[in-house]
Design a protein around this ligand. Structure first.
Ligand code: GLV
Ligand code: MN
Ligand code: MN
Length: 426
């Protein structure tokens, strides 16, 4: 059966919903919505309201993931999961994550109202911890759904010293319920996510939509450099043990490694904490983060080894201490070929080309791949800009993406099979 779609109307609704969600919090110029905050609560409530209005049964799991269920074949039938996240980076754009949740709701509403009666159900998921911007726990909410949540994550602390476990309790959740939030893998068909591309490829190709081949692996490190505090006016340069100068040299080392690295390697030092942080005191301790990504796990691991060696050499030359700890490590996840093909067919049915492209950004699909086959649809974004308030996708492109998801759902009768060529990672 073919559901009638009005691409302009779907796009206009998506754009209006993006604005509503993007207004939480309501600070005039800044969208910052971290996991388990009052802003997260308000966004989750709005998403739950939309899901209810779309005819979905709404619940919330132990990690605060909002779940909208449409189960026309009964609660025991296998499920297709469609989702993305509603947390943001600091001073974010409005589309990263939220677009995928909104498109999932619009698509399921359309197929349900259109009278489709598949032999499977659909759950739309709105995750709360994809960015890893509050706690060093990235992907904890999708990990709980996938059954791979690490209980040790409950001890992870935010910048104010609040642990994830404490924040969950304050959000009205019981950490003891986390294990029960996991889906039964035998009852899940696949996880699909629509997301803005966050890069410039689709724009350069003149294509509104693209199909993702793989999600690049990532490592995140916390690097602590220890020197000695001293008077900025009296200690000669040659006698200093300046932790910040050492950290700066290490940041340049990881930049050099990534520039020379293969497979689209990128490295970012995005957070630096300096102690004591006074204008007239030589820095005694610096903690900084490294985010290192590559489409090849082998080249990423080789780069990590080089960075560790460089950091220790720099520390030794400067009489500093250095401790490196990894707080996020996720392998490259190939998207299921069969799902790529089906998403491509759905896009083609709208008269569009569907370029194939890898994702350099991380996504909940990396955790969901431990549960089931995953696939992703990318939506062109202006200038390839993301993690920036200037992020933008046009209503037309968003309408196309909703229509492509509808066409995908209509065609999704058989479970995906990949002939063992790629798929869920364990
Ligand atoms: C998430 O947006 C990430 O890739 O850091
Ligand atoms: Mn995202
Ligand atoms: Mn993001």
């Amino acid at each position: 059966m073919t559901i009638p779609v009005n691409i302009a109307a779907l796009g206009a609704r998506a754009a209006a919903m993006i604005e509503q969600l993007g207004a939480i919090p309501s600070a005039p110029d800044t969208l910052t919505r971290f996991f388990l905050t009052p802003e997260h609560r308000r966004a989750a409530d709005l998403v739950a309201r939309w899901m209810g209005e779309a005819g979905l049964s709404v619940s919330e799991d132990a990690l605060g993931t909002v779940r909208g269920a449409w189960h026309p074949a009964g609660p025991e039938a296998p499920r297709l999961l469609i989702g993305s996240h509603i947390d943001t980076v600091a001073n974010a754009g409005k589309y990263d994550g939220t677009l995928g949740v909104i498109l999932g709701i619009l698509a399921v509403e359309a197929v349900a109202r259109g009278g489709l009666t598949p032999a499977y159900g659909i759950d739309v998921l709105a995750f709360g911890d994809e960015e890893g911007t509050r706690f060093p726990t990235t992907l904890s909410s999708s990990a709980a759904c996938a059954g791979v949540f690490l209980p040790a994550s409950l001890q992870a602390r935010d910048g104010d010293g609040i642990s994830l476990g404490e924040a969950l309790l304050a959000y009205g959740k019981n950490p003891d319920d986390i294990a029960a939030s996991a889906y039964d893998p035998s009852r899940v068909l696949a996880y699909i996510e629509a997301h803005i591309e966050q890069g410039p490829v689709l724009e350069a190709e003149g294509a509104p939509l693209g199909v993702v081949t793989a999600i690049a692996g990532a490592s995140r490190l916390s690097v602590t450099v220890t020197g000695e505090a001293g008077h900025a006016g009296t200690v000669p340069m040659r006698l200093r043990r300046d932790a910040l100068s050492g950290a700066a040299e290490m940041a340049l080392a990881v930049e050099r490694i990534a520039r020379a690295g293969a497979d689209g390697m990128v490295a970012t030092v995005g957070r630096v904490h300096v102690e004591p942080g006074s204008v007239n005191v030589i820095p005694a301790r610096v903690v900084f983060t490294v985010d290192l990504r590559s489409a090849s796990d082998a080249s990423r691991r080789a780069a990590l080894t080089r960075f560790e060696a460089d950091a220790h050499r720099i520390a030794e030359q400067r009489g500093l201490g250095v401790v490196i700890s990894a707080f996020h490590e996720v392998a490259t996840v190939p998207c299921y070929r069969d799902i790529q093909r089906r998403l491509g067919d759905a896009v083609a049915s709208l008269g569009l080309r569907a370029p194939l492209l890898p994702s350099g950004a991380g996504h909940d699909g990396q955790a969901m791949a431990k549960l089931c086959p995953v696939g992703m649809l990318f939506v062109r974004c202006k200038g390839g800009i993301s993690h920036n308030p200037a992020e933008y996708a046009s209503p037309e492109d968003m309408g196309m993406a909703a229509a492509a998801l509808i066409r995908f759902i209509e065609r999704f009768q058989q479970p995906p099979s990949d002939g063992g060529t790629s798929g869920a990672q364990t």
